[in-house]
Design a protein around this ligand. Structure first.
Ligand code: IMP
Ligand code: MG
Length: 186
């Protein structure tokens, strides 16, 4: 006997139009803040891909884009803050204005680790833009310079965010509900 966990969409938290309007605002803010500077957007794979693609097109400046892939050593539910680099940046960021683009800040441990790592490479500036920030992270001293939405401590999927690699292509952000069925033979 094993416990089977089924997940289902419990409801839409942020619809596509709400996201679009907020991403446009973030783009305008970033455009103002980085006027006259050359900006490197660093997307964290894979969750930030869709957000970065939309955000980059709302930044009316010449930007470059690079990616980093990391994997957390934590369990699925809690990140440990110890991060393994699966793919490093292609670009040298020394002297560059770097804006890290992240999908969601939960505990903030992953981000903290990445920022320490990038800071050691001496960028001209290092900032963070996250689409979503959970309440848990808002209560911690985590550096997030641009936040799309502060959301409750629920597990969300869509617009790049996954559960077991599924749901990334949903055009909205939805709350995922876990339905535990115990005693399933197998
Ligand atoms: P942190 O280190 O606890 O801040 O974890 C951040 C990472 O965990 C994010 O980059 C996501 O990959 C993942 N994550 C945290 N919360 C969620 C969620 O609600 N849905 C999907 N992924 C999440
Ligand atoms: Mg992530």
């Amino acid at each position: 006997m094993r416990a089977a966990v089924n997940a289902r969409i419990a409801g839409i938290l942020l619809d596509a139009e709400t996201i679009r309007r907020r991403v446009e605002e973030l783009g305008q803010q970033i455009t103002r803040d980085y006027a006259g500077k050359d900006l490197l957007l660093v997307g964290l794979l894979r969750g930030a891909v869709i957000f970065l693609a939309d955000l980059a097109r709302q930044v009316k400046l010449p930007v470059e884009i690079d990616f980093m892939a990391i994997s957390s050593y934590g369990t699925r539910a809690e990140s440990s803050g110890v991060v393994r680099i699966l793919k490093d940046l292609d670009e040298n960021i020394e002297g560059r204005h770097v804006l890290v683009v992240e999908d969601i800040i939960d505990s903030g441990l992953t981000l903290e680790y990445i920022l320490n790592l990038l800071r050691a490479r001496n960028p001209a500036s290092l900032r963070v833009c996250a689409l979503l920030r959970k309440q848990k992270a808002a209560a911690r001293p985590v550096q997030v310079d641009y936040v799309g939405f502060d959301i409750p401590d629920r597990f969300v999927v869509g617009y790049g965010l996954d559960y077991a690699q599924a749901y990334r292509n949903l055009p909205y952000v939805a709350v995922l509900e876990f339905v535990e069925r115990v005693g399933v033979p197998g």
